[in-house]
Design a binder for this molecule. Structure first.
Ligand code: C5P
Length: 205
């Protein structure tokens, strides 16, 4: 069983994907971390994320970077959306994601293009979304909890910028797969979102 969970930043897709993996006893891959690892490596090598050749050079990143706490920062997320627009970066990370999805027993993957490109034949596909204001409030609360003093307006502007880049790029843009079930978490608690996600997977398998 392969479960594809796609959606924009701070929509709740990561939380839902982790909960589905626990529920079904499947391994889980947060594919955003791969693009974040490329972005952080580009930065550390002093390269330019907007140059495709520079970003490609960072695709062969040191695996230890995947455990770096800096990976989850907003700044790295923004740069991840710059490196992820390069077709050669996406091609370089494709097989790794497909191999993960092809494990015996199955897997849960979350990202932007799992249902459309990585696993178009997934058993179940969810497209998790939420209003930009709601996503900004969630991300803002998370950042405050880590001691950040960034304002809500800035977080909202960052989310909108990242949405625009992810939806507007030519290579594997963020878009709901035709056969994905939409799940709007704007007015749902985490528990209710997970419950609804399990019902949607059950309806598709
Ligand atoms: O999901 P997360 O916020 O960690 O993703 C960081 C960035 O990586 C996204 O904004 C997007 O540009 C890119 N990404 C992608 N395809 C994926 C997962 C993430 O392009 N499957």
């Amino acid at each position: 069983m392969i479960i594809a969970v796609d959606g924009p930043a701070a929509s709740g897709k990561g939380t839902i994907a982790r909960a589905l993996a626990r529920h079904y006893g499947l391994p889980h891959l947060d594919t955003g971390l791969l693009y974040r690892a490329v972005a952080l490596t580009v930065e550390r090598l002093g390269l330019d994320p907007s140059r495709e050749a520079d970003a490609v050079a960072a695709c062969d990143f040191d695996e230890r970077v995947l455990a770096d706490p800096l990976l989850r920062s907003d700044a790295v997320g923004q740069r991840a959306s710059i490196v992820s627009a390069h077709p050669l970066v996406r091609a370089s990370l494709l097989q790794r994601q497909r191999r993960f999805a092809a494990q015996p027993g199955g897997a849960v993957l979350d990202g932007r293009d799992i249902g459309t490109v990585i696993a178009p034949d997934a058993t179940a596909k969810l497209f998790v979304k939420a209003a930009a204001q709601v996503r900004a409030r969630r991300r803002h609360a998370e950042l405050q909890a880590t001691g950040s003093s960034i304002g809500l307006d800035q977080v909202l502007a960052d989310i909108r910028a990242r949405d625009a880049r992810d939806e507007g790029r030519a290579a594997a843009p963020l878009v709901q797969a035709a056969d994905a079930a939409p799940l709007d978490t704007s007015n749902l608690s985490i528990e209710a979102s997970v419950q609804r996600a399990i019902e949607m997977v059950e309806a598709q398998r």
